[in-house]
Design a protein around this ligand. Structure first.
Ligand code: FAD
Ligand code: EPU
Length: 270
């Protein structure tokens, strides 16, 4: 087959918050590509929607899934590539009247990133919609049941060094109207979130509370470091006003953590 595509790229261009220096990006389309790409230290990039990459970039190879790792059947049966976009699958599930992904409405993830982070909302999370997960590790493909992967709130325990390659979805037959009604419910719950460039919520919610609310009542909304700002709309969104650096984002995180014991939800690279 064709050789694996390699390019040095600024990760700011591949992340939703628009921050991060360069790395060697390997776009893999086949298992042979993946085996080659994983011969040296690597990281896996999904849709870059939960990532803060350092201004210096990362020294490891950055693997992006494409080709056979981004395929899915229009009827959502069988294997779904981890490089598929969750919003596209959700749209398809609504048309088919299949329920299970509605809680992920508004999450701009790839399937692999959504599995790794167990993305979701209080209306449902990724782990609930999985039947089977295929992982690449130790040079080969291995299948797991979700119960083996330690899913909790915004957390998974994938085996060391593993990469999600494909999943089988667990969806329940419903009706298009019912699925769309649930999506509308989730949409309403997201109304207060900013439209500016971000990586979603920066901090995990402490049990029984909201990090955004805590940041709000401390009067921290609007706090700015350079071009990084705590959103005026929602306290848990740190937004890029345009040209923000990772250093500015770290400084903003430290300002919050100086007054509140919150755990960072973002994945920090470099
Ligand atoms: P990336 O950000 O690219 O990567 C995140 C982590 O997953 C990294 O550690 C990466 O190495 C790993 N990863 C990616 N792909 C794979 C793979 N194939 N195999 C193994 N590891 C992999 N999150 C929520 O949970 N709920 C929300 O409501 C929500 N709302 C958001 C709204 C906005 C506007 C934005 C920008 C983000 C939001 N997020 C939300 C955060 C984000 O979308 C999720 O954390 C999502 O799961 C990240 O997926 P990704 O594909 O973008 O992964
Ligand atoms: N609130 C404030 N001020 C703020 C923000 C929130 O008072 O600045 C209050 C709200 O009024 C509400 C409560 O806090 O009474 C909870 O807020 P919200 O409904 O916005 O939910 P959240 O707990 O802040 C969580 C997830 C979001 C997800 C929403 C919608 C986390 C860290 N956040 O936010 O997920 O989209 O629920 O269901 O779990 C993400 O993980 O990246 C993310 C965006």
């Amino acid at each position: 087959g064709a050789a694996v595509k390699i390019a040095r790229l600024p990760l700011a261009r591949l992340t939703t918050i628009g921050v991060g220096g360069e790395a060697e990006v390997w776009t893999v389309e086949t298992l042979a590509d993946l085996k080659e790409a994983t011969q040296a230290p690597y990281r896996v990039l999904g849709n870059g929607s939960n990532l803060l990459v350092s201004d210096a970039g990362v020294p490891e190879r950055v693997i992006r899934l494409a080709g056979e790792f981004a395929l899915w059947n229009p009827d959502l049966t069988g294997w779904v590539g981890a490089g598929a976009l969750v919003p596209s699958l959700l749209q398809a599930s609504a048309r088919l009247g299949l329920s299970g992904l509605e809680g992920l409405h508004g999450v701009p993830a790839q399937v692999g990133g959504a599995v790794k982070m167990n993305a979701g909302t209080r209306f449902g999370e990724m782990a609930d919609a999985l039947e089977e997960v295929e992982l690449f590790h130790d040079g080969g493909l291995h299948c797991y049941r979700p119960s083996e992967l330690g899913f909790r709130y915004r957390h998974s325990e994938l085996p060391e060094g593993s990469l999600v390659t494909r999943v089988k979805l667990k969806l329940t037959p419903s009706s298009e109207e019912a699925v769309r009604a649930r999506i509308a419910l989730v949409d309403a719950a997201r109304k207060g979130q900013p439209k500016r460039k971000s990586a979603g919520c920066a901090f995990k919610n402490p049990p029984g509370d909201s990090a955004g609310r805590l940041i709000d009542v401390r009067g921290l909304k609007g706090t700015t470091v350079g071009k990084a700002m705590i959103s005026l709309e929602h306290g848990n969104f740190l937004v890029n006003l345009g040209g923000a650096t990772a250093a500015e984002m770290y400084a903003l995180i430290r300002k919050v953590q100086a007054v509140l014991p919150l755990e960072v939800e973002w994945e920090i690279w470099g």
